[in-house]
Design a binder for this molecule. Structure first.
Ligand SMILES: Cc1cc2nc3c(=O)[nH]c(=O)nc-3n(C[C@H](O)[C@H](O)[C@H](O)COP(=O)(O)OP(=O)(O)OC[C@H]3O[C@@H](n4cnc5c(N)ncnc54)[C@H](O)[C@@H]3O)c2cc1C
Length: 263
């Protein structure tokens, strides 16, 4: 810092085993008294190691709603079943919102899936009851809600302890209740996230309290700037992380050029 008027740190997200500001070259911020929000991965997929749902890999539900049991974290959107668990925009968003909670829980949590985009249990139950009244002799496994792909419906029917060849008239209110639960409140045990380095973004980094948010200059060390993912800024998918890197880069360049023009 003594040899340069301005230094801009743009070292990006955290990918290594140490902590933000550390890389193979050591601690970039050593002795600078810069607060770091501990980095954890964000935008990852969920491993469901013991779940038979993985047999449905490749199945997509266009509008599922996902949440973490016992928390307020929830997200909605397309959900993809993979050979290791669940992925897709709904899951990636949830991993972003709950990145720190999941890291603290060591990626051991209960995922609740509403396969009908958040439709509540009572409406799902009423819908199933109407189907049962209209089609008493039809096989349950042959009359799926249109949002549910057929393989997933067969899986949910079996999971609800309804025989695949059972007719609507046979399953009674208890069977309908179990089906409604499976559709609106299906539960899975998350144990782990997708492999290290597959994550796209880091949650955490240089704390925003260290910087002037109008110039991105370090409050304690004038002339030191930060831009991009090294900052404690992260977002959901959709290009927002790239946009944050470009916007903060622009802001730093603009701040330095204004300062230089003043001198
Ligand atoms: C696989 C993948 C896919 C992604 N897809 C998307 C997407 O679709 N949309 C989106 O918005 N975001 C996406 N992201 C996130 C996005 O790429 C990052 O948020 C963005 O690139 C951050 O920009 P940055 O310049 O801050 O850091 P980076 O692009 O990570 O660049 C940092 C650079 O600094 C270098 N560096 C690190 N330490 C040092 C050092 N000590 N000395 C010198 N150089 C150093 C690194 O080698 C690297 O080249 C994706 C990320 C990954 C990994």
């Amino acid at each position: 810092m003594e040899e340069y008027d301005n230094v801009v740190v743009t070292t990006g997200g955290y990918r290594g085993p140490a902590k933000a500001g550390h890389d193979e070259t050591g601690d970039l911020f050593e002795g600078l008294d810069i607060e770091i929000v501990p980095p954890v991965p964000s935008l990852f997929t969920f491993n469901l190691p013991s779940s038979p749902v993985r047999d449905l890999m490749g199945t997509v539900v266009e509008n599922a709603s996902v949440s973490l049991a016992g928390t307020k974290f929830k997200a909605a959107g397309p959900l993809l079943i993979t050979h290791w668990g669940m992925s897709g925009p709904a899951v990636l968003k949830l991993s972003s919102y709950a990145a720190r909670y999941l890291a603290e829980s060591r990626y051991d949590a209960t995922l609740l899936v509403n396969w009908l985009g958040g439709k509540d249990l009572d409406s799902v139950r009423s819908g199933l009851q109407r189907t049962a009244v209209k089609n008493p002799l039809r096989q349950v496994s042959n009359s799926r809600p249109e949002e549910i792909p057929s393989r997933l419906w067969t899986y949910l029917v079996t999971k609800s302890k309804v025989r695949e060849d059972a007719r609507w008239a046979e399953i009674g209110p208890k069977g309908i209740n179990r089906l409604a639960e499976s559709l609106s409140n299906d539960s899975y045990h998350i144990k782990g996230q997708s492999r290290f380095k597959e994550e796209f973004v880091t949650c955490g980094g240089v704390a925003l309290s260290n910087i002037n948010n109008k110039t991105l200059e370090c409050v304690k060390h004038p002339g030191l700037y930060f831009a991009g993912e090294v900052l404690d800024i992260d977002a959901i998918t959709g290009g927002f992380n790239l946009q944050a890197a470009w916007s903060t880069g622009f802001l730093v360049a603009d701040s330095i050029s204004r300062k230089d023009n003043k001198d």
